[in-house]
Design a protein around this ligand. Structure first.
Ligand SMILES: Cc1cc2nc3c(=O)[nH]c(=O)nc-3n(C[C@H](O)[C@H](O)[C@H](O)COP(=O)(O)OP(=O)(O)OC[C@H]3O[C@@H](n4cnc5c(N)ncnc54)[C@H](O)[C@@H]3O)c2cc1C
Length: 405
């Protein structure tokens, strides 16, 4: 049996950060992951470029955290977005800030972020154990971790950084939740967040079609959620930045009777749109309505659009007032019936997890079991896109790593 001051389970963003600060404070530290390499999810973040944080105020971060933002107040103050940038820069990673204050490595390579973390771990002497399945954990004086190949480790402090349930190919498993439950913690039911939305309508012919500068709205009873920006059709529904954001806000609601609609012309009111059509119909009077609609909509959407409002192709001059109104209404309210959110595995993050009521927000230590810590996505905290989720991982990883003794 090998003995360490600290064992971190999970070699993703939060676990690597926790191990660095634990070791920097003089603790002998071991990190265990069942993958063959560290940071497998980190590697695919930001489409391989890793949007590692958002260079904005703590308030902005708190506003972009969908679940339990208050819990993150201490963590973000202890290790802020600017601390993240400073941490990576001072360890040799050049960064750049792009649109929306999104911070990326200047090289556009997520592998450089991982390399920087690995270099730090090496500098402070973190031991790394990969390809290791964890079979059992128990506690007497110390924590004991029994692994595959009859390997056993003991430690004073145990940090759980096993992430959420999404993207199982990157190593996501429910182990963190199982360990938490074993030690008496409550788990808030995991749910998909930042995930595509499936619709009841057949949109398969629109698969891959992207729409820019549109407004996407979901109405659930009296509640309405709306976002402006870019979205895309999938074979079974919709995805893209504004859809993902809305998915995180509705994932705890009953969406059985939810309706979604796209405002394809958000810059124009119904009246202005009517004036525009009246004006342009005069110019296009001898052309087909299909040809005219191609000036308003992406080509691939036109046929679907016409079918949806039962509009047959004919000369613009022959379009009735009722048909014109139908066109205008559908442009402003292109509606779908929502079926469900997509599977948790395809969500960018997992909502739910270890109940934060039982976690000390200043240290990430369990309030139930001394020297047991949880950091990163395993906690019931999730945020919108823009670098906010990785900041949660860095800040909570820092808190746990810095607090262990
Ligand atoms: C496609 C995609 C793109 C993303 N892009 C961004 C982005 O650009 N910016 C951003 O802020 N966020 C992004 N995110 C979210 C971000 O990656 C996560 O929030 C973050 O990685 C969470 O860090 P973590 O350390 O908690 O978990 P992870 O990074 O998931 O690490 C958990 C680690 O625990 C290990 N583990 C799990 N189970 C076990 C087990 N049984 N035994 C041993 N080890 C185990 C895993 O192998 C993994 O290495 C993205 C997510 C995805 C899926």
């Amino acid at each position: 049996m090998e003995k360490f001051d600290v064992v971190v389970i999970g070699g993703g963003a939060s676990g690597m950060m926790a191990s660095i600060f634990a070791a920097r404070n003089g603790n002998s530290t071991l990190i265990i992951d069942h993958n063959e390499k560290l940071g497998k999810k980190l590697f695919i973040t930001g489409k391989g470029r890793c949007n590692l944080t958002n260079n904005s105020s703590i308030e902005t971060h708190l506003n972009n955290i969908v679940t339990n933002s208050k819990f993150m107040y201490s963590a973000l103050n202890a290790f802020s977005p600017q601390d993240t940038i400073e941490f990576f820069e001072s360890n040799g990673l050049k960064t750049k800030t792009e649109r929306g204050n999104r911070v990326f490595p200047a090289s556009d390579k997520s592998s450089d972020v991982i390399k920087t973390l690995k270099n730090c771990m090496q500098r402070y002497g973190v031991e790394i154990c990969l390809n290791r399945q964890i079979e059992k954990i128990y506690k007497n004086q110390n924590f004991h971790i029994l692994c595959s190949n009859n390997k056993e480790y003991a430690c004073n402090s145990l940090i759980i950084a096993t992430g959420g349930l999404s993207y199982s190919g990157t190593g996501a498993s429910g182990l963190g939740y199982e360990i938490a439950k074993q030690f008496g913690h409550k788990i808030v039911e995991p749910a998909a967040a930042l995930c595509p939305i499936k619709v009841k309508d057949d949109v398969s012919s629109l698969n891959g079609l992207s729409l820019k500068n549109v407004n996407f709205t979901v109405d659930i009873g009296k509640k309405s959620f709306s976002e402006f920006g870019e979205m895309m059709f999938t074979y079974e529904g919709v995805t893209g930045p504004i859809v993902l954001s809305i998915s995180s806000k509705i994932n705890r609601l009953d969406i059985k009777n939810a309706k979604a609609f796209i405002d394809l012309k958000p810059a124009l009111t119904l009246e202005k749109l009517n004036e525009k059509l009246l004006r342009e119909f005069a110019d296009f009077s001898k052309k087909d309505i299909k040809t005219y609609l191609q000036t308003l909509l992406p080509n691939r959407l036109v046929e679907y659009f016409m079918h949806k409002i039962n509009l047959v192709n004919k000369k613009v001059a022959d379009i009735s007032k009722a048909e014109r109104n139908n066109i205008i209404n559908a442009l402003k309210k292109f509606d779908f019936k929502i079926k469900c959110l997509d599977n948790i595995n395809v969500g960018v993050v997992t909502a739910g997890g270890v109940d934060i009521k039982e976690i000390n927000s200043k240290t990430c230590e369990s309030k139930l079991v001394k020297n047991l810590y949880f950091c990163g996505e395993v906690l019931d905290v999730d945020a919108l896109t823009g670098g906010f989720n990785l900041q949660i991982a860095w800040s909570t990883g820092y808190l746990a790593g810095n607090a262990v003794k």
